[in-house]
Design a protein around this ligand. Structure first.
Ligand code: PEP
Length: 252
């Protein structure tokens, strides 16, 4: 089954609204002709409305980098899925390893956040992946199995196809140590098999990206593999030129 590739740029805590606007105006003409490739920018909250307005009608979607699981309430400093949706946002990164490690985002919270995002019409981009210690201990599959089981515990089997999953080995994020195509392919095939155990059809439809030190030089070697449906790109998404070259490498 053909799955359209998705290249998502995770800006993390970079770019003011003015910088975001300059970026999107430069990106849109670079990706306009790349039919069949989805593009998403995962931006800080303060950039989202302006980006969504500028990208409307283009192939570029705008994603947030986090959200709260409740629609509203006494949660100072938080933002909900319906708020993002009303701002024109199409998706949301959930479970990024930086949020898991530095902000205590738990599998329990993710089990509530993923269905909340779906209810609001947002595409959840769920990040999973093992630490270096877990890989060295031969625990990669156990970790992936646990994250997929717990984080997606609240999603009905037939809704799994609405998700995007990013396999992001923690040791590859921001380190320049990209996973080999074989490592990425193996982990992604394992994740797809876990999903297939719940719903074979949804497992064939869900897009599974690779993330971790993707750049314009290594992107083609990863993206040509049939199981890898795109990339979640951190550092290399901050410059329009390098991000646009990665998007171009995803064209099949
Ligand atoms: C990320 O932030 O999800 C990421 C993959 O970062 P980088 O590409 O910089 O490793």
């Amino acid at each position: 089954m053909a799955r359209n590739p998705l290249i998502a740029g995770n800006w993390k805590m970079h770019k003011s609204e003015r910088q975001a606007e300059e970026y999107i105006q430069a990106l849109l003409p670079r990706v306009a002709a790349l039919e069949g490739v989805g593009v998403a920018i995962c931006a800080p909250y303060t950039d989202l409305k302006a980006l969504a307005d500028s990208a409307r009608g283009s192939r570029v979607e705008v994603y947030a980098q986090n959200m709260h699981q409740e629609d509203q309430g006494a949660y100072t400093g938080e933002v909900s899925a319906p708020m993002l949706s009303e701002a024109g946002v199409q998706g949301v990164v959930l479970g990024h390893s930086e949020r898991r490690a530095q902000f205590g985002e738990s599998d329990h919270a993710l089990a509530l956040k993923v269905p909340a995002a779906l209810r609001a019409g947002l595409t959840p981009l769920l990040c999973v992946g093992e630490s270096e210690q877990e890989r060295d201990a031969g625990d990669t599959e156990r970790r992936l199995r646990q994250q997929i089981a717990e984080d997606l515990g609240g999603v009905a089997a037939e809704q799994l196809s609405e998700l995007v999953i990013a396999y992001e080995p923690v040791w590859a994020i921001g380190t320049g140590r990209v996973a080999s195509p074989e490592q990425a392919q193996e982990a992604i095939a394992f994740i797809r098999a876990l999903l297939a155990a719940r719903d074979e059809r949804a497992a064939q439809q869900v897009r599974i990206l690779y993330g971790g030190s993707v750049d314009p030089d290594n992107a083609a070697g990863l993206l040509e593999l049939p199981d890898i449906d795109g990339a979640l790109v951190g550092g290399a998404s901050l410059q329009v030129d390098s991000f646009a070259r990665i998007v171009a490498a995803a064209r099949r």
